[in-house]
Design a protein around this ligand. Structure first.
Ligand code: UT7
Length: 327
């Protein structure tokens, strides 16, 4: 399997740290020094996750030279679906006219895009499907508690996509997925969640004021789990690929916090310039973050033909994943 093309989409509206200073008791200095984030994008009220996902998909299809009728698998990784059902993937399928595809969503929060890549890889390598569209898309602004300074400064909206296709062993193309690690730890479900709005705690007129249908996070616990688990996953992915960290040209990490990226990088003994960052522009866009970063790194020439790149993501679940891809 190889990545034949990438695409991304960010909504137009920019929400800066200065704008947030007017909403909650915070400062640009606090947000910048603790997270690295300067601004984030916010989707329009009538812009659903599937709209952003479709735009990112169209760009990935154009980059890969793939038409809607070629796609036989669509996986959307999202925690902010348009509707409980049908899946956002089916909304995207309709928008694209990709009627030959089987389409479904997966829920793995910020690790979703890498989970989707690894699921699609199994479909393709088994010969079951030939051309997959994988998308990470989230509209976190809709589940953010805009009165909670602990969380509202961190998140943004966006979508990223990739087209994955089969490759034959004798086609002379060295690009492809070299290794993957996928893991989760359900003991940590409570450190990052949207507790209400599902079957466990329905939102009722009586509890609506508690904002249980918004993000609830124990930041320090998430930070610790993220550093420990992703460092181990990165080391395992590099080793399974038969490489060392010196062989990795570009690290494309989940864009949650520059201090988490620094910790991963330092553990892998990688210099700062190897880490691709765009969190200062977009904040944490959950399932979209790694996909958007990959697309930007490819389009700006940071990732070059033949490079080994390390993708890593973590988030609610706790769920995390790492992959080494040769471009
Ligand atoms: O995709 C996964 C998503 N989540 C993450 O990756 C989050 C991982 N965690 C983090 O990135 C960090 O823990 C945060 C950025 C969320 C918080 O940074 P921290 O260095 O862990 O700060 P803290 O939570 O320990 O808070 C330190 C202080 C507290 O004040 P006191 O108790 O020391 O007086 C907070 O109330 O900073 C305060 N604080 C703020 N101050 C200004 C918390 N949020 C803010 C804020 N502005 N926005």
């Amino acid at each position: 399997m190889k990545i034949a093309g990438t695409g991304s989409y960010l909504p137009e509206k920019v929400l800066s740290n200065a704008d947030l200073e007017k909403l909650v008791e915070t400062t640009d200095d606090w947000i910048t020094s603790r997270t690295g984030i300067k601004e984030r994008r916010i989707a329009a009220a009538d812009e659903a996750t599937s709209h952003m996902a479709t735009k990112a998909a169209e760009r990935a299809m154009e980059a890969a030279g793939v038409k809607a009728e070629d796609i036989d698998l669509i996986i959307v990784a999202t925690i902010t679906p348009d509707t409980f059902f049908p899946s956002t993937a089916c909304h995207v399928q309709r928008n694209l006219g990709a009627i030959r595809a089987v389409a479904f969503d997966i829920s793995a929060a910020c690790a979703g895009f890498l989970y989707a890549m690894q699921i699609a890889r199994h479909f393709i390598n088994s010969g079951n499907r030939k051309t997959a569209l994988i998308i990470g898309a989230d509209k976190l602004s809709g589940i953010t508690n805009w009165t909670d300074r602990n969380t509202c400064v961190l998140f943004g909206d966006g979508a990223g996509a990739a087209i994955l296709t089969t490759k034959t062993p004798d086609d002379g193309d060295p690009s492809g997925l070299l290794s993957s690690v996928m893991a989760s730890d359900g003991r940590l479900t409570d450190i990052l969640s949207v507790p209400g709005g599902g079957s466990a705690i329905p939102i009722t007129p009586d509890n609506a004021h508690l904002r249980l249908n918004t993000i609830n996070m124990q930041g320090k616990e998430v930070f610790k789990a993220a550093v420990k688990n992703t460092c181990e996953a990165c080391e395992a992915a590099i080793s399974r690929a038969g490489l060392t960290s010196d062989d990795i040209a570009v690290l494309i990490p989940h864009q949650a916090n520059v201090r988490i990226v620094d910790a991963i990088r330092e553990r892998l003994r990688m210099p700062p310039e190897k880490a691709f960052l765009n969190l200062h522009k977009y904040g944490n866009t959950s399932g979209a973050a790694v996909a958007i970063a990959l697309d930007e790194a490819v389009r700006t020439g940071v990732v070059k033909k033949g490079d080994n790149i390390l993708l890593v993501a973590f988030g609610a679940g706790f769920a995390w994943a790492a992959s080494v891809v040769r471009w």
